[in-house]
Design a protein around this ligand. Structure first.
Ligand code: F3S
Length: 393
């Protein structure tokens, strides 16, 4: 791989031990994937923020970087942490977990990362433009930024996104290159999709079907931010989709590029099967909405539905930014008066939910339904928010 003189100096340790280590990681990655050179990134988004995900090794690694004076060189957003930073005590999160989580966030603060702690940075002020090169690692945010915003990022791991943040660079390969962004499979969708939950169910089926391909969807008549974020999140969870196109809707979708592609078909039956596959329990003790983190529109819809809910507690997970907006607009009060809770900075999957005593959780997200049983040891009911809050499956 070609390296500029300045980059060679980074590799030789002239900019310190941390930059040398981080840059070495990027060079190895680039060599592995056949990159020809490094390119600057305009922002990074780093996963591996929850203490539940990274444990003591991750905490020590981050504190070591911070102690050595490492700093990010570009705008760097963080994935959700393991708790709501303001309300963890009243929500019953364990003190020992919180202490370690707060140390992780302090280390990231010293590194210069922004405490966005959300999987939807694009709804919290970090909004890349079409064609910008990024190094993002949250799989749902990768799918959204590539597909809906037309920015360019590979599906980074937490360490490679952090290395890119510290060096301001990423190896040029994969989805950074125009020729690798063409669709590789055509998905023909038949029938109507009701809301983001149905898009999640469709995405869950599609991810299993296409794996790591680049699907081009035909037949979706209408989809906004919430639908597209649910579709991408589910495909990234059940498959390894990092870029998708939706004909007539996403910026790089070009019907001309679908000629001769293998076709698969999806309709109500495939969607129904996803709900069935992902539902493992019966009566949820807790309903969790907001995976990926809820947009203001989703919050507003949930707030209106909350009046219907039964007695079970309801969390709506969102970013700190959206929670603060909801406090200002009065939406938060509406949610709380109806008995719901706006939970920021975290989500059910990356929080220590298993330590809060819940056994069955209702979700409207295929991604959450996919991960909750394995990561939190709970059973799941996957359905629309209306049915979950109305007490029907
Ligand atoms: Fe976000 Fe947690 Fe879902 S990180 S995408 S809300 S599993």
């Amino acid at each position: 791989m070609y390296l500029s003189r300045e980059q060679e100096r980074m590799l030789e340790g002239e900019e310190g031990e941390v930059v040398e280590r981080m840059f070495r990681l990027l060079v190895r990655l680039g060599d592995l994937y056949g990159a020809d050179r490094m390119i600057p990134v305009s922002s990074c988004q780093v996963s591996g923020v929850s203490y539940k995900s990274v444990g003591d090794p991750g905490l020590e690694f981050l504190e070591d970087l911070a102690e050595k004076g490492a700093r990010v060189r570009v705008r760097t957003a963080l994935n959700p942490a393991g708790l709501d930073l303001e309300e963890w005590r009243e929500m019953g999160f364990p003190e020992d977990f919180a202490a370690k989580q707060l140390r992780i966030l302090e280390a990231f603060r010293k590194l210069g990362a922004e405490p966005t702690v959300t999987c939807t940075p694009y709804l919290a002020g970090v909004v890349p433009s079409r064609g910008e090169h990024l190094a993002w690692s949250e799989s749902s945010a990768v799918a959204f930024s590539n597909s809906v915003l037309g920015a360019r990022t590979n599906r980074e791991g937490g360490p490679s996104a952090l290395a890119a943040a510290i060096c301001g660079l990423t190896p040029r390969y994969g989805l950074h290159l125009e020729e690798n962004r063409r669709p590789t499979v055509l998905v023909e969708v038949e029938g109507e999709l009701e809301g983001p939950w149905d898009f999640g169910a469709l995405g869950y089926w599609a991810g299993r079907e296409v794996g790591g391909e680049i699907p081009h969807f035909r037949g979706i008549k209408k989809a906004g931010t919430d639908e597209l974020k649910a579709l991408g999140a589910a495909m990234a969870a059940s498959g390894a989709v990092a870029l998708f196109h939706v004909e007539g809707i996403t910026p790089e979708a070009d019907p001309e590029k679908t000629r001769g592609l293998e076709r698969v078909r999806a309709g109500r039956e495939e969607i129904r099967r996803s709900y069935e596959l992902l539902t493992t329990g019966e009566e949820p003790e807790l309903v969790v909405l907001g995976c990926p983190h809820a947009s203001p529109e989703e919050l507003s819809r949930a707030a209106s539905l909350l009046e219907k809910r039964g007695k079970r507690p309801v969390w709506i997970c969102t970013s700190r930014r959206v929670k603060e907006e909801a406090s200002r607009s009065g939406l938060r009060r509406k949610v709380e008066e109806a008995g719901g809770r706006l939970v920021a900075d975290t989500c059910a999957v990356v929080s220590p939910l298993e330590r809060l005593g819940f056994k069955t959780v209702g979700v409207d997200s295929a991604k959450a339904a996919h991960y909750l049983p394995g990561l939190c040891g709970v059973k799941v009911v996957f359905s629309s928010p209306e049915k979950l809050l109305g007490g029907r499956k």
